[in-house]
Design a protein around this ligand. Structure first.
Ligand SMILES: [Zn+2]
Length: 216
């Protein structure tokens, strides 16, 4: 287990990252043991409900063998539902899993809604184990988003006006983050077939991975 020091045995998620020399190393803050590890990029694909994220995720699952693609919803449990600490345990858990998967040499691509908000990820203790976190959001026109949500089966509750309003706002928020810090890349799914969107997402993933392997 990565967070348990191989020398002194203490559990520390907050290891000191040393990128120098033959590293990178994760250094135990208690005993100074230097643990070599793979510091890969983490890629996150997000977007408001109705922007196309779930369809793209479903279509791409199991189709790419140079990355590990996962839907962040698979870990969600009621005990993570703690808005008072901004769901921190949920995001820390995902980063810890992604860090451990990355040790096999494949970058992780995570699909999800809240996980695409940098302020949920960047302050996490586990964020330090990634060379970079790249954010992508699928977006579309407000009216198209509302139409897609209204067209869903009633049991999903997404045709309720308050739900639609929330996600229209979320969709607009993503568009404002294109030049944010960190920036969120955008792919517009308005009037675009899912096949085209999938190609665009694959291109975005491959560009980030090849860029990272050259420079990180
Ligand atoms: Zn130690």
């Amino acid at each position: 287990m990565f967070n348990v020091c191989h020398s002194c045995g203490l559990y520390r998620a907050d290891k000191i990252i040393d990128p120098s020399g033959s590293g990178p190393y994760a250094i135990c803050p208690d005993c100074g043991h230097k643990h070599p590890f793979q510091q890969l990029p983490l890629l996150i694909v997000s977007g408001a409900s109705g922007a196309g994220k779930s369809s793209v995720c479903q279509a791409m699952l199991g189709k790419l063998d140079h990355i590990v693609l996962l839907d962040s919803d698979i870990l969600w449990r009621p005990e993570f539902n703690k808005p008072e600490n901004k769901y921190r345990d949920f995001f820390e858990t995902w980063l810890r899993i992604a860090k451990n998967i990355s040790q096999a040499g494949r970058p992780v691509v995570l699909f999800g809604a809240g996980i695409g908000v940098p302020e949920n990820i960047e302050p996490c203790v586990e964020r330090r184990y990634f060379s970079n976190v790249h954010y992508l959001a699928l977006v579309c026109d407000d009216e198209v988003l509302a139409q897609r949500l209204k067209a869903r089966p009633a049991w999903r509750g997404s045709s309720v006006q308050a739900y639609i309003d929330t996600h229209v706002q979320f969709n607009r928020w993503f568009k404002e983050q294109q030049n944010g810090d960190p920036p969120i890349s955008l792919i517009d799914t308005t009037d675009v077939s899912i096949e085209i969107t999938i190609k665009q997402v694959k291109t975005w993933i491959n560009e980030r991975i090849s860029f990272s392997l050259k420079t990180d």
